[in-house]
Ligand binder design. Structure first.
Ligand SMILES: *[C@@H]1O[C@H](CO)[C@@H](O)[C@H](O)[C@H]1NC(C)=O
Ligand SMILES: *[C@@H]1O[C@H](CO)[C@@H](O)[C@H](O)[C@H]1NC(C)=O
Ligand SMILES: *[C@@H]1O[C@H](CO)[C@@H](O)[C@H](O)[C@H]1NC(C)=O
Ligand SMILES: *[C@@H]1O[C@H](CO)[C@@H](O)[C@H](O)[C@H]1NC(C)=O
Length: 290
């Protein structure tokens, strides 16, 4: 009973505190949705980190890239930054990549990270300089040409030319146009429209791929261990993707539930029944005798 009372009063106190915060600090609450605090330090710091630690062979002027970025964002209204506004910034950070390394994905972000971490030769947009610098950040300008708006930014869906969306659009397009050799596409078979024409992959990257540069498009469809299994290489929107690839002259392969991808999911969730085939082999019996 007293435990119950304690938790009730705890809840009451929490609610009161939140109410007070809400009453007196509305700007701070909204600030979560504005430009990421310390954005300049983060962006410039990540740039130095990239050219110093991640890829020391590269020569870029991080301060110049920041200047071009700021120039693109703060002189426009917060809903009116086009991909063209970023041209100077991208011009300051050209990057090319060796073939056979490109990994594209849609709605498989978490798994994509473990996959790229295990298959170290695969690189995603987040491994490029621009992806590395701006990952997970939010930004927008203010209407009166007075710097970044740290209190609030519009939703992506609220504007045609959202500053964050435009940058990723151009970054994705550059990444796709650069792609060569075999490329891998990771799609989520547990959702309807695994291949979505409105996703970044479906609306920008696919169109940017060049059939003369790309040798094979290797599609991997992965479903959640616990299901559902909605789409596959022979079901649903992925067939539309294959159709588009074929009509544009790409060679392709498509794999359902690639073994590496299933094992990666099992590592995170070994109790799943679909993971038990491995566990049942009773690995303890195979311990070497030293
Ligand atoms: C958007 O920007 C363009 C050029 O950068 C300008 O011509 C246009 O008037 C702007 N539109 C709005 C609604 O601010
Ligand atoms: C597929 O999408 C669902 C819904 O967005 C998500 O919860 C799930 O983690 C995704 N599966 C994989 C394998 O990425
Ligand atoms: C490219 O993909 C095709 C089809 O999956 C495969 O036969 C070939 O070995 C791959 N080449 C390289 C260099 O990975
Ligand atoms: C696994 O091996 C151990 C030791 O050999 C044995 O005691 C156990 O019953 C085995 N478990 C299964 C599920 O086969």
């Amino acid at each position: 009973m007293s435990f119950h009372k304690t938790s009730v009063s705890f809840v009451l106190i929490s609610v009161t505190i939140w109410f007070i915060i809400f009453l007196f600090c509305p700007r701070q609450l909204r600030a979560q949705l504005g430009t990421t605090p310390n954005i300049k330090h983060i962006v410039v710091g990540r740039c130095y980190s990239y050219i110093t630690l991640v890829n020391p062979s590269l020569r870029y002027d991080c301060e110049e890239i920041w200047r071009q970025f700021e120039e693109a964002v703060v002189h426009q209204s917060s809903c009116n930054v086009t991909v063209e506004d970023y041209y100077h910034m991208f011009y300051a950070m050209p990057q090319t990549w060796p073939c056979d390394r490109f990994l594209f994905w849609s709605k498989t972000r978490t798994l994509m990270h473990s996959y790229a971490a295990v298959l170290r030769h695969l690189w995603t947009l987040e491994d490029t300089l621009v992806g590395y610098m701006f990952n997970d950040l939010i930004w927008c300008g203010q209407d009166e040409d007075s710097g970044f708006d740290f209190s609030s930014c519009p939703e992506w869906s609220a504007c045609r030319n959202h500053p964050v969306h435009s940058l990723w659009r151009q970054a994705s397009q550059n990444f796709a146009e650069m792609a060569c050799g075999n490329i891998t596409v990771l799609l989520n078979g547990s959702i309807v429209n695994a291949f979505n024409r409105r996703s970044m992959f479906g609306s920008v990257e696919l169109d940017g791929l060049n059939p003369r540069r790309v040798n094979y498009v290797n599609i991997k469809v992965v479903t959640n261990l616990e299901g559902p299994s909605i789409e596959s290489c022979s079901e649903g929107s992925i067939m539309d993707l294959i159709q588009i690839l074929q009509s544009r002259g790409f060679r392709w392969t498509c794999t359902d539930n690639d073994q590496t991808l299933m094992i990666l999911q099992c590592i995170q969730n070994p109790e799943q029944s679909s993971c038990q085939t491995c566990a049942n082999k009773n690995l303890t019996q195979k311990e070497p005798h030293i």
